[in-house]
Design a protein. Structure first.
Length: 408
C-alpha cells in the first residue's frame, strides 16, 4: 500500500542516456516521451509494452558480479471519497517490488542523488525478478480510490554477494547474511534483462512528414496532412480530433477528451439528466433530452483540485463552440494525459457534479461507466496577464498551474 512507502519531492527525476543513433550522452526527465538528441538532432518516441525500467548506476569500484534489486516507482494523483467529499493527494514514492525481506523498503533519496540510466539487454549482472505486482504495491483494490496521471516504472538498485552475505553496492555495508536455503532461493529468482525500450521514428504513418510534439506529449501531430497520432503497440495509431472554431489571433488552445459514455446504475443518459444531477438553474431545452451524454476531461495534468474543477466546468457547459477537424492556429498545449487515464476519472466527475451527494456517493461502488467513443478536442482560451480565460465556458485557469502540471 502506498501509505507505507517513502514520499519524496514532486520534481521529475533525470535519466542519463545515450543517443541510440550517435551515442552522445543525453539527459532526459522521467516524464519525457519524445527524445531529441541535441547533437545529431534525431527525434524518437520512447515506447514500452509495460513499464520503463531504470537502474542506479553503480560506483566505478563496484564488483563485477552485481545483482539488481527491483523497486516500483509511482508518481501520480490519488483521489478518494471520504465523508461525502472528494479528497486528493499527490504521490511520489518508491517501494520494494520483491518479497525478499533483506532490502530497504524504499529507495529513499537515492534516485535524486545518484545517476539513473535505462536498463537494457546486454548489461552485466543479474536482475532479481519482481514478484509484487504494482496493484499490490500501490494501487488499493477498492472503488473508493482512483489514480490519475500516474507514472509507473521499475528501478533497479545494485547489490553483491560476498561470503553468502548480501552487501549494498554503494556503501558496501552488509544487508543480510543468507542461510544455504535462503541463498539458493535468492539466486534462483534471478533473470536476465530481456526487455528493451523501443524507439519509434517520429514520421507520420500516412504521409511520412515529421510528427510534432513536446517532450512530455503522448499525442503527436502531423501538420502536413492534418492528423493526430498516439503510441500503440510497436507503432502509432490514428486519433480523431477537432478544434473549436475561433478566428482570433494568439489564442491558447487546451486539449480535452470528449468521452461519450453509457452509465449503468444511475439515471444519467442525457445532458438534461446531467443538469438535474447538478441542480443547475437552467431551463431544460427539448434537445437536451437526446441520448449521447459526453464528459469532458482535461487531456493535460494539473494539480488535483484544479483538474476536477476544470472537468466539472467544461462538462456542464451548455456549449463548446462550433467544431472543425483542423489543427487550430495558435499555441497548442501538449496532450500529457492519455485517454485511458481520462476514462478512469469519469466517476470522480459524476461525484463532483452531483448536488445530492448523500444519494450519489453510496452508489459509486455499483455504478458502471462504459466508454462508447472519444474525441480529442482543442478549446480556445485568451491569455490575460497570467491567466487563461474562456468566456464561453466561464472558466479561468492560472497559466502557472499548467506549467506546474508538466512535472506531475
Amino acid at each position: 500500500m502506498v501509505e507505507k512507502s517513502n514520499k519524496v519531492n514532486s520534481g521529475s527525476w533525470e535519466i542519463q542516456h545515450q543517443c541510440p543513433q550517435c551515442g552522445a550522452p543525453v539527459t532526459i526527465e522521467e516524464t519525457d516521451r519524445l527524445f531529441l538528441c541535441p547533437f545529431c538532432r534525431v527525434k524518437l518516441y520512447l515506447s514500452t509494452p509495460d513499464y520503463l525500467r531504470y537502474y542506479l548506476s553503480p560506483p566505478d569500484k563496484a564488483v563485477k558480479e552485481l545483482i539488481y534489486i527491483p523497486y516500483w516507482r509511482f508518481k501520480g494523483i490519488a483521489f478518494f471519497y471520504e465523508a461525502l467529499q472528494i479528497k486528493e493527494t499527490l504521490i511520489d514514492a518508491t517501494i520494494s517490488a520483491t518479497r525478499c525481506k533483506y532490502f530497504p523498503a524504499t529507495l529513499g533519496l537515492r534516485p535524486q542523488t545518484l545517476q539513473l540510466k535505462f536498463a537494457a539487454p546486454g548489461m552485466e549482472g543479474s536482475f532479481l525478478g519482481h514478484d509484487i505486482p504494482i496493484e499490490e504495491a500501490f494501487i488499493s483494490p477498492t472503488p473508493d480510490k482512483t489514480y490519475i496521471g500516474e507514472t509507473i516504472s521499475l528501478i533497479y538498485s545494485p547489490v553483491f554477494i560476498k561470503n553468502e552475505t548480501v552487501h549494498d553496492a554503494f556503501t558496501e555495508k552488509p544487508l543480510a547474511m543468507l542461510s544455504e536455503s535462503e541463498f539458493n532461493t535468492f539466486t534462483g529468482l534471478m533473470e536476465k534483462a530481456d526487455w528493451q525500450t523501443r524507439y519509434l521514428a517520429t514520421l507520420c504513418p500516412d504521409c511520412g512528414w515529421n510528427l510534432e510534439g513536446e517532450r512530455d506529449s503522448c499525442v503527436l501531430f502531423c501538420k502536413n496532412c492534418n492528423s493526430a497520432w498516439q503510441s500503440y503497440g510497436h507503432g502509432f495509431e490514428k486519433l480523431g480530433f477537432a478544434a473549436a472554431n475561433d478566428r482570433k489571433e494568439n489564442m491558447f488552445y487546451l486539449p480535452f477528451w470528449k468521452i461519450q459514455v453509457q452509465i449503468e446504475g444511475l439515471e444519467l443518459k442525457s445532458y438534461a439528466d446531467l443538469i438535474k444531477l447538478a441542480n443547475l438553474p437552467k431551463a431544460i431545452k427539448d434537445e437536451w433530452h437526446d441520448p449521447g451524454l459526453c464528459f469532458w476531461v482535461p487531456a493535460f495534468k494539473v494539480r488535483p483540485e484544479l483538474f476536477l474543477r476544470i472537468g466539472r466546468s467544461v462538462t456542464i457547459a451548455e456549449s463548446h463552440g462550433s467544431m472543425e477537424e483542423n489543427l487550430p492556429k495558435g499555441f497548442l498545449h501538449p496532450v500529457t494525459l492519455p485517454v485511458t487515464e481520462a476514462g478512469e476519472c469519469l466517476k470522480l466527475i459524476i461525484a463532483d457534479i452531483a448536488i445530492n451527494k448523500k444519494k450519489v456517493f453510496p452508489m459509486l461502488k455499483t455504478i458502471n461507466v462504459h466508454v462508447v467513443e472519444y474525441l480529442l478536442v482543442f478549446l480556445p482560451f485568451s491569455l490575460e496577464r497570467d491567466e487563461l480565460y474562456s468566456p464561453l465556458l466561464h472558466l479561468t485557469i492560472n497559466k502557472n498551474a499548467l506549467k506546474f502540471g508538466r512535472n506531475l
